[in-house]
Design a protein around this ligand. Structure first.
Ligand SMILES: [Cu+2]
Length: 152
C-alpha cells in the first residue's frame, strides 16, 4: 500500500467516526426531569402556605418530565401547565374558586393527587415562559403556583 493510500484511508476513518458522533449525539442528551413538591401547612411546621416547590426553574426546550409528589397530609393537589400565561390574571370562576380551565389552554396536568401520591407528565416544551399551578378549589387564589422558563 502506498503512503497516499494509507493516509486516505485514515482520513476516511476519521470522517466516519465524526459521522457516528453526529448521529448518536442527540440520543446522548439526558432526559430533563423537574421534581415538584406540592405542599401546605399539613406537610409540616416548616411549610407556611400552599405551594409548588420545583427543584429547577429553567430547562432547555425539548422533552421535559414533571414528577409531582403531593406531600400534604390532608389535601388533594394537582399541577397544570400553561404556556405563555401573560401578565393578565387568568380567567377565574369565582363560584368554584378556580381558574376556568375551559378558557385557558393547559398543556396537560398531573391531576387530583391524593395526599402522599405522585404522578408524572411528559411534555415537549418550546422556549418561553410557563406557569404551573394547582387548580383545586381556592388553591390558585392562595398562591399555589410557580413559574418555569424554557430556553433554546
Ligand atoms: Cu393545591
Amino acid at each position: 500500500m502506498s503512503r497516499q493510500h494509507r493516509s486516505a484511508r485514515t482520513a476516511a476513518s476519521a470522517a466516519s467516526l465524526l459521522l457516528l458522533i453526529a448521529a448518536t449525539g442527540h440520543a446522548a442528551v439526558p432526559a430533563q426531569v423537574i421534581h415538584a413538591k406540592l405542599q401546605d401547612p399539613s406537610t409540616g411546621p416548616a411549610v407556611k402556605k400552599m405551594e409548588i416547590i420545583l427543584d429547577r426553574h429553567v430547562v432547555k426546550a425539548g422533552s421535559v418530565t414533571l414528577e409531582a409528589v403531593n406531600l400534604s397530609k390532608t389535601l388533594v393537589h394537582e399541577v397544570l401547565v400553561l404556556h405563555d400565561p401573560g401578565k393578565k390574571p387568568l380567567p377565574y370562576d369565582a363560584k368554584n374558586a378556580e381558574v376556568n380551565e375551559n378558557k385557558v389552554h393547559s398543556l396537560g396536568e398531573v391531576g387530583d393527587l391524593p395526599p402522599g401520591h405522585s404522578g408524572t407528565l411528559t411534555l415537549d416544551l418550546k422556549p418561553g415562559k410557563y406557569l404551573l399551578f394547582c387548580n383545586e378549589s381556592g388553591h390558585y387564589a392562595d398562591g399555589m403556583k410557580t413559574e418555569l422558563t424554557v430556553t433554546r
